[in-house]
Design a protein. Structure first.
Length: 199
C-alpha cells in the first residue's frame, strides 16, 4: 500500500513537472510551482527526487526509452534490413503522438543540453546508441547482400537526420503534413539509394 502511494506521488510530481517545463520552461519552472501542482510538500518532492534537474532527466529518459522500445520491436518484426528500416519508420508515428503539444518541452531538452553537461550526457548517450544501432543495421544489410557497400556511420547519421528533422518539423507544424507518411516516404527514398540493385 505504501509503495503504491509512493509511486502515485512520484507520478504526480513527474506529471506536474512536465506541465511546468512545457508551460514555463526549465528555468521558469520553480520547485514551489511543481510541488503545488503535484499537491506535495517540498519534503515529499525531495523524498522522490534530489533536484529539479533529476525530474527533468527522468522525463527525458522516459521519452527516449519509449522510442528505443519501439525501434527494438520494429526490428524484431522484419526479416531483412530494408524491411526492418521500413517497419522502423512507423515508430516515428508514436514519437509524433507522444510529442503532440509538447514542443516547448522538447526544445527545453535541447536548450538545457547545450548548457548543462548532465543533460547533454543524457541526451547524447541515446543518440549515440541510435547511431550505433543504425550503423549495425547497415552493416548487417551489407553482409546479407540487401544493401550496397557504404560507410555505415554516415548512413546511420543520414537516417537519424531524416528522423530527427521530420520529428522537429512535425512538432513545429503538426498539421502541416502527414508526417508519418513523410517518414515512410523519406525512408523509401533513402533505401532506394542504399539497396543493392536486383540482378
Amino acid at each position: 500500500m505504501t509503495r503504491n502511494r509512493g509511486d502515485e506521488t512520484r507520478e504526480r510530481i513527474l506529471s506536474a513537472a512536465e506541465e511546468c517545463f512545457n508551460e514555463l520552461g526549465y528555468e521558469g519552472a520553480g520547485l514551489a510551482e511543481i510541488c503545488e501542482r503535484a499537491g506535495v510538500s517540498r519534503g515529499a518532492f525531495y523524498h522522490h527526487f534530489p533536484s529539479k534537474q533529476a525530474v527533468f532527466l527522468v522525463l527525458l529518459e522516459r521519452w527516449l526509452a519509449g522510442v528505443e522500445e519501439g525501434l527494438a520491436a520494429a526490428r524484431a518484426s522484419a526479416a531483412t534490413v530494408p524491411e526492418q528500416l521500413t517497419v522502423m519508420a512507423d515508430v516515428v508515428e508514436a514519437v509524433f503522438g507522444a510529442g503532440r503539444g509538447r514542443l516547448p518541452l522538447f526544445l527545453e531538452f535541447w536548450t538545457q543540453a547545450a548548457h548543462d553537461p548532465a543533460v547533454w550526457e543524457a541526451t547524447i548517450a541515446p543518440y549515440r546508441r541510435y547511431r550505433d544501432l543504425f550503423a549495425g543495421l547497415v552493416r548487417s544489410g551489407m553482409d546479407e547482400g540487401s544493401l550496397r557497400a557504404m560507410d555505415p556511420i554516415v548512413a546511420a547519421q543520414v537516417l537519424l537526420a531524416l528522423g530527427l528533422g521530420l520529428v522537429l518539423q512535425g512538432l513545429l507544424d503538426p498539421d502541416g503534413a502527414d508526417w508519418s507518411n513523410a517518414v515512410r516516404e523519406g525512408v523509401a527514398i533513402l533505401l532506394n539509394g542504399m539497396q543493392r540493385p536486383s540482378l
